[in-house]
Design a protein. Structure first.
Length: 185
């Protein structure tokens, strides 16, 4: 939108990221709702933490959270912070194997089979909110045959029927996305 490629942007849905960690919870953060405070506690405890380190959206969120907490992973020493350079599945596998904390998107967490003794320790933090939007592309920049289908798709996603479909999508019995009309935490 900022570069002028779209003409309309509408919030479509939201879900969230979560902090998962070992049941033993050496940083004592379970049940919290403050992601930055959780990261500070993990750093102070030098509790194992797995970073995706893959320049993904989740990795970017993690880095923003460390920064918001006043910490810089580039300065961490002692081996407790592990940058694995891998995807979400690899990060969850590593965290399960090491008894470490990590940040996950809820969808991957719900569908992930190898949880080991990992549990959700922090959720519901505003900083962990993940918003999804639909953007109607700028007509002059796209092929004419794609304009009307793109407009119709955006209209359907925002319709009552589309919003019901979004809210009805479940993984492991839990709603993966919340329609835009549902208030975010």
């Amino acid at each position: 939108m900022a570069e002028g490629h779209g003409v309309e942007r509408h919030m479509l849905a939201w879900n969230d990221f979560i902090v998962v960690g070992p049941k033993a919870d050496p940083a004592r953060i379970a049940g919290g709702h403050d992601a930055e405070a959780a990261l500070v506690a993990i750093e102070r405890a030098r509790a194992p933490f797995v970073s995706r380190g893959d320049k993904s959206g989740t990795d970017a969120l993690e880095k923003r959270l460390w920064h918001a907490a006043g910490l810089d992973p580039k300065t961490f020493t002692g081996g407790w912070y592990r940058d694995i350079g891998g995807g979400m599945g690899a990060a969850l596998n590593a965290a399960a194997a090491m008894g470490a904390y990590t940040i996950s998107d809820r969808g991957t967490w719900l569908s992930f089979g190898n949880k080991g003794d990992l549990i959700v320790v922090v959720e519901g933090a505003r900083a962990l909110l993940n918003r999804y939007s639909v953007i109607v592309p700028k007509p002059e920049e796209h092929r004419p045959e794609g304009r009307e289908p793109a407009r119709r798709l955006a209209a359907w996603l925002l319709s009552e029927e589309g919003q019901r479909a979004i809210g009805g999508y479940r993984v492991a019995g839990e709603a993966l996305f919340h329609p835009a009309a549902e208030p975010a935490p």
